[in-house]
Design a protein around this ligand. Structure first.
Ligand code: NAI
Ligand code: MG
Length: 335
């Protein structure tokens, strides 16, 4: 029996969160869900973006499945997500970009994973006003922050027997900050004899990705570059409705979709729950429940290959519920 915190979130959050929960429960795994909420709706209801019981639940259970959250502008945090990542030192944002057969895309056989540094870089949000016409922002790069994300990427490559890690940087211009990140990459790569370090400047990385995404397996980079190339890469494999992510620290992990709360389609029962379901697969792998993770992954592949129950974002007309029902039907058929 696992104890897992489920944060429903805003906008399409509750729809996709309950869909993911139903799919996981349908596999027969025993999970005691602690259902919580945080974000805009919670703020409007009780005056707090993250009520204390949410922190308590995260700290007790240490594994969280989370729907997207709307951070109201001008209240409290810069971003609630950035706050949680920082508070719990969830230093690795891991985003696998993988083609699914059956989904229309100009790109085939894309299969790489982005390791985005999640606690520093430009996201520390330290900005200053010099005068009416001049503003600065600070980019922070530390040895500790860089080592742990780069090592995580190398360890992943080692585990999956991948012989190349690509570091994306702008050290030619940001000689101190990105230069340091790159230097640490070179140091760490020496610990891994069988893995080559490939160095690519971030703007060139974007072009290389668009031309030949299949050339990459593991990409590690600082916070903002990682954010930008993840959305770019989502475009190779069918869009934001499909891309999962894990925010992993030493002993707490939050699994969530890359997409946001999509207020434009909230409460319409048309959101694609695939991204959060794939985030759940990452969560099951984190819990070493590989058999169940594979079961859900295979069912998703089957569903997309068959292609008759597809949500609107991918050109179909199935509702969130119809999609989830069909996925559960396939999972149960396999039992
Ligand atoms: P978004 O990802 O919510 O939406 C972008 C576009 O993609 C919209 O047209 C939306 O309808 C579509 N879309 C997104 N997810 C989809 C899904 N599962 N199925 C079908 N279509 C989907 O990004 P946007 O509009 O920039 O942000 C909306 C809100 O979400 C903002 O308040 C933002 O702060 C928040 N956000 C929260 C995140 C999180 O909690 N992890 C991450 C990103 C944004
Ligand atoms: Mg983003």
């Amino acid at each position: 029996m696992y104890n897992i915190t489920l944060i429903l979130g805003d906008g399409i959050g509750p729809e996709v969160s309950y869909a993911a929960k139903r799919v996981i429960d349908a596999t027969g795994i025993k999970i005691n869900w602690d259902i919580k909420n945080a974000g805009e709706k919670t703020y409007n209801e009780c005056g707090s973006l993250i009520p204390d019981d949410v922190y308590k639940s995260i700290e007790k259970n240490r594994v969280v499945l989370k729907g997207p959250i709307t951070t109201p502008i001008g209240i409290g945090f810069r971003s609630l997500n950035v706050h949680l990542r920082k508070k719990y030192e969830l230093f690795a944002n891991i985003r696998p970009i993988r083609s699914i057969d059956g989904i229309e895309s100009r790109y085939k056989n894309v299969d790489f994973t982005i390791f985005r540094e999640n606690t520093e870089g430009l996201y520390i949000g330290i900005e200053e006003k010099i005068n009416e016409n001049e503003y600065n922002a600070i980019k922070k790069v530390t040895r500790k922050g860089s080592e742990r994300i780069i090592r995580k990427a190398f360890e992943y490559a080692k585990e999956k027997q991948i012989n190349k890690v690509t570091i994306a940087h702008k050290a030619n211009i940001l000689k101190l900050t990105d230069g340091f990140f790159l230097k640490i990459g070179r140091e760490i790569s020496k610990e891994y004899n069988d893995i080559m370090l490939e160095e690519v400047i971030i703007d060139n990385m974007c072009m290389q990705l668009v031309k030949n995404p299949e050339n990459y397996k593991v990409i590690v980079t600082t916070n903002l570059y990682g954010d930008i190339i993840s959305d770019l890469s989502a475009g190779f494999v069918g869009g934001l409705g499909l891309i999962p992510s894990a925010n992993v620290g030493e002993d707490i992990a939050i699994f969530e979709a890359v997409h946001g709360s999509a207020p434009d389609i909230a409460n319409m029962n048309i959101a694609n729950p695939t991204a959060l379901i794939r985030s759940s697969i990452m969560m099951l792998e984190y819990l070493n429940e590989y058999e169940i993770a594979i079961k859900i992954d295979n069912a998703l592949k089957k569903l997309y290959l068959k292609g008759n129950v597809i949500t609107k974002d991918l050109g179909g007309d199935a509702t969130t519920k119809e999609f989830t029902d069909e996925l559960i039907r396939i999972i149960q058929e396999e039992k």
